[in-house]
Design a binder for this molecule. Structure first.
Ligand SMILES: NC(=O)c1ccc[n+]([C@@H]2O[C@H](COP(=O)([O-])OP(=O)(O)OC[C@H]3O[C@@H](n4cnc5c(N)ncnc54)[C@H](O)[C@@H]3O)[C@@H](O)[C@H]2O)c1
Ligand SMILES: O=c1ccn([C@@H]2O[C@H](COP(=O)(O)OP(=O)(O)O[C@H]3O[C@H](CO)[C@@H](O)[C@H](O)[C@H]3O)[C@@H](O)[C@H]2O)c(=O)[nH]1
Length: 460
């Protein structure tokens, strides 16, 4: 269902196996499964472990346990070096380095929970205690600043009787990957972030990445708390940048003659700012970005520091759904039929966590609008919405009989819209990503491009 662009990982595949260190990956989910494959691709012998037996069985059979671009192709190539086990002690005793990549869900106070990480460490402890050689534990899950050298270290030392940094290595080593391009991002990282308990552990990780990345990456090595703060800072900074572009788009909506793309293209040409993640459109979603500013603010609160910027970014991101809703309600009346095109949080993924499309749909339904949704990447039965939403199986079905369609996720598939809209039907298309210029559609279609000032401000 999802299109899989080809990445050039084939040419980097190590031709010979590297006997040492052997790698285990604890948690074979959206991040862990690709990491296991990339480590095997770099030449390492890799053994995976997951509580989910289906994932273990999939890896044992050479099948990708999660849907990620290029993952199955890579698993096919590295099958001889990649295996999995249902026993955590087998994973630990057959490896020298363990990457822990289990969930760290947000708690109501904004902090990330360590329950899964600590439970994984406790599960590993008997096998770690029994080992004759020094093991390296690498926490890859996103954790709060202070966690690795705090409760994680204490739990590890208590459960194993080993001293971290002396008898056993402990590193924090988060990945900067985006879903849909995880393998590409792992092979071509901007930098590798290592928070280390000791130089030997940091050196070991550095050596691993020299073999697994497509070319020698930039390394940033530091203590764990700096690395933890760095990870969450990258995400909060980038979300603030996206939000800045969205704020400009909102202003441009209301400013006749203004065009947010022209403004952000020029602003992004300043090398201090840069053009990436500067598209004024809809709010950001997904499993990572929306929670990071809340965690950052919670951290600042706990320390007595101010976090106005993180809170403002979070609040402004919430406002983006309201902005879209207001625009749509200004264009259609109660009882109208609105189609939401795209509920995945971005193209090329089926993930619907913090989906702008679903949040918009709920708000519109609450206002008496009849809402249908379609997404090229989400299963045809649609997400569980307790029936408040009608799910269309195809794009033509979604357009059939609707008064307004809004492109919330800019899937390439929506470029076919002009060819699908029947000439005679009256339809308004709201285009926050400015995929269309207007000339593609016949006279029966009203195109509302957000982020471009219009003389008609009724819809805003
Ligand atoms: N997905 C991303 O884009 C992304 C990016 C950067 C960082 N992260 C971070 O990586 C971590 C994992 O995220 P994910 O998206 O891979 O999650 P996921 O839910 O897709 O996968 C986690 C896996 O861990 C397994 N698991 C849970 N407890 C376990 C245990 N005790 N032992 C073994 N396996 C266990 C689960 O069964 C699951 O398969 C989180 O901290 C997340 O914040 C994710
Ligand atoms: O100019 C942009 C770029 C992205 N987005 C939105 O931002 C969200 C996140 O997109 P993306 O960064 O592609 O995906 P994620 O998989 O969420 O990855 C982010 O979150 C991960 C988990 O922390 C980090 O590892 C990555 O570096 C970080 O990019 C999506 O809703 C996008 O639509 C925008 O709104 N405007």
């Amino acid at each position: 269902m999802l299109s899989h662009p080809k990445f050039e990982f084939e040419v980097y595949m190590s031709s010979q196996a590297i006997d040492f260190p052997r790698v285990s990956v604890i948690g074979l989910g959206k991040l862990g499964a690709p990491l296991a494959a990339v480590m095997a691709n770099g030449g390492y012998k890799v053994i995976g472990y997951d509580l989910n037996r289906d994932f273990v069985s999939a890896v044992q059979r050479g099948v990708a346990p999660v849907n990620e671009t290029g993952l199955q192709d890579m698993i096919n190539k590295v099958a001889a070096r990649l295996t999995a086990t249902e026993k955590i002690e087998v994973a630990v005793s057959n490896s020298d380095v363990s990457f822990i990549i289990v969930p760290t869900p947000s708690k109501p106070d904004g902090f990330f929970s360590l329950d899964y990480v600590l439970s994984a460490i406790e599960g590993m402890a008997p096998a770690l205690r029994a080992k004759q050689s020094r093991h390296l534990i690498v926490v890859t899950s996103t954790v709060m600043p202070g966690a690795t050298d705090g409760i994680i270290r204490q739990t590890l030392e208590k459960a194993t009787g080993l001293k971290a940094g002396r008898d056993i290595g402990l590193c924090y080593n988060p990945e900067f990957i985006a879903l849909g391009s995880v393998i590409h991002d792992m092979l071509h990282p901007d930098f590798i972030l290592i928070g280390e308990s000791d130089t030997t552990s940091g050196d070991c990780l550095e050596e691993i990445y020299k073999n697994t990345c497509a070319k020698e990456p930039v390394f940033r090595r530091m203590n764990a708390v700096n690395a933890e703060l760095c990870k969450i800072s990258v995400n909060t900074f980038v979300t603030t940048k996206i939000t800045y572009a969205n704020m400009l788009a909102d202003i441009c909506d209301r400013l006749p003659g203004a065009d947010v793309d022209i403004v952000t293209t020029a602003v992004g040409a300043d090398s201090r700012i840069g053009k990436k993640y500067l598209k004024g459109a809809v709010g950001y979603g997904g499993p990572c970005f929306p929670r990071d500013n809340r965690a950052f603010a919670a951290l600042a609160d706990s320390l007595g520091a101010r976090s106005d910027l993180a809170r403002a970014t979070d609040a402004m991101n919430d406002y983006q759904v309201e902005r879209l809703e207001r625009c749509i309600l200004g264009l259609v009346g109660e009882g109208a039929r609105v189609s939401i095109l795209g509920v995945s949080y971005k193209p090329l993924t089926a993930v619907i966590e913090a989906s702008q499309g679903l949040m918009l749909g709920k708000r519109l339904v609450d206002q008496g609008v009849k809402v249908t949704a379609f997404d090229p990447g989400v299963a045809t039965e649609g997400p569980a919405t307790d029936g408040w939403l009608t799910w269309a199986e195809t794009l033509p079905d979604a357009l059939n009989g609707c008064d307004l369609a809004v492109v919330v996720t800019p899937w390439d598939a929506f470029n076919t819209l002009p060819a699908l809209v029947p000439d005679q039907s009256k339809l308004t298309i709201v285009d926050p990503w400015r995929m269309f210029s207007g000339s593609e559609f016949g006279n029966s279609v009203t195109l509302v491009s957000l982020g471009r000032g219009r003389m008609d401000q009724n819809a805003l």
